[in-house]
Design a protein around this ligand. Structure first.
Ligand code: NDP
Length: 324
């Protein structure tokens, strides 16, 4: 039987990247479309996955054999802090509906998406896959984090009781085309790209919060897309896999702002504003050792400035249609 792959959250940053890779990699290649394979990219307009009937209808319409489950209520620090119950409940409903429906419909495989912010607040670094449940998550996002952690619990329970092939991925900070560039709600990179664009347009200083010292791992959405496709085809354990660049590929916010200035041809330097002395966590490195040992060292991540350049080009070409 031909494979039908349903991507929930298929209209978002990661979903659009999977669609791009499936369409642009050579057919039949490691990450390209395989003969007889059908890919469906569903957004919330097609089915509100908080609703069990809508979820069932979506599965009955497409009869997926495989699911990459990305759909989630996703938000920045502010939204997570202010709406903990909404983040907890919406994400629990979405995940429960998708996993339960996949189970009753006999879906062969489901990969769900966690995030490195589900890890314990107090933990020894680097983050590795077995540390997910070792302590409470940071209080600012405990609704989102607990809902996502529960997916790992569900995956194990579905496997033990029903033998389901359900697993999960844990990406670090994702960026790329189709990101949310909203100044208030976006993650750090798209927010800085948008800020730099406005500074250039209005001839105003490009101001960056904090002193620029925190280090973060950023993964290009199109690289992450390949890793999801690899996990779908080549990884069959219930245990999660961290999908990330290497620990020593961390980038400081200062380097990030300088790269944005360079890629966008902004004529000045970024100004770092550290009045509140609020830098966030210094670093929270995640190890990609498990991933690299499985996928092989021939997997190459896109060079950072190339990926940033492609993201900026997309943002400039889509300003007005993008989430700003
Ligand atoms: P986006 O916000 O770009 O996309 C979210 C997707 O989920 C959209 O397709 C949206 O549909 C869909 N969605 C939201 N609510 C519902 C709902 N009630 N019913 C059906 N679909 C819904 O998110 P990303 O692509 O960035 O994130 C994808 C996954 O990756 C998420 O699970 C997220 O937690 C995880 N992740 C993201 C990281 C990041 O840095 N971005 C880091 C680590 C993990 P529509 O747009 O049509 O409303």
């Amino acid at each position: 039987m031909a494979a039908v792959v349903l991507v929930t959250g298929g209209t978002g940053l990661v979903g659009k990247a999977i669609e791009y890779v499936i369409e642009h990699e050579p057919e039949g290649s490691r990450f390209g479309k395989r003969p007889g394979e059908k890919w469906i990219f569903a957004g919330s307009r097609e089915a509100d996955l908080r609703n069990s009937e809508a979820t069932l209808k979506l599965f009955e319409k497409y009869q997926p054999t495989h699911v990459i489950h990305l759909a989630a209520l996703v938000g920045g620090l502010f939204a997570n802090r202010e709406r903990k119950m909404t983040f907890l409940r919406d994400n629990m409903l979405i995940n429960d509906n998708v996993l339960h429906t996949a189970h009753i419909k006999g879906t062969k495989k489901v990969i769900s998406c966690l995030s490195t912010c589900v890890f314990p607040d107090k933990v020894e670094y680097p983050l590795t896959e077995e540390k997910v449940h070792l302590g409470p998550p940071h209080s600012s996002n405990f609704g989102y984090a607990h809902a996502k952690r529960m997916v790992d619990v569900q995956n194990h329970a579905y496997k033990e009781e029903f033998g389901c092939n359900f697993t999960s991925a844990i990406p670090t900070n994702v960026f790329g085309p189709h990101d949310n560039f909203d100044l208030k709600h976006a993650h750090v990179m798209p927010a800085l790209i948008h800020k730099c664009y406005l500074s250039q347009k209005n001839n105003t200083p490009f101001k960056v919060m904090g002193d620029g010292s925190p280090l973060r791992q950023f993964i290009y959405s199109r690289d992450l897309a390949k890793l999801f496709i690899w996990q779908l085809r080549e990884y069959d354990s219930v245990e999660p896999v961290i999908l990330s660049v290497a620990e020593n590929d961390e980038i400081s916010i200062r380097e990030l702002a300088n790269s944005i200035v360079k890629v966008m041809n902004y004529p000045d330097k970024p100004e770092f504003e550290n009045e509140l002395n609020d830098n966030g966590q210094d670093r929270k490195p995640a190890s990609n050792a498990k991933l690299m040992s499985l996928i092989g060292s021939d997997f190459k991540f896109t060079p950072f400035e190339q990926a940033l350049g492609e993201t900026v080009t997309w943002f400039l070409q889509n300003y007005g249609n993008a989430r700003t």
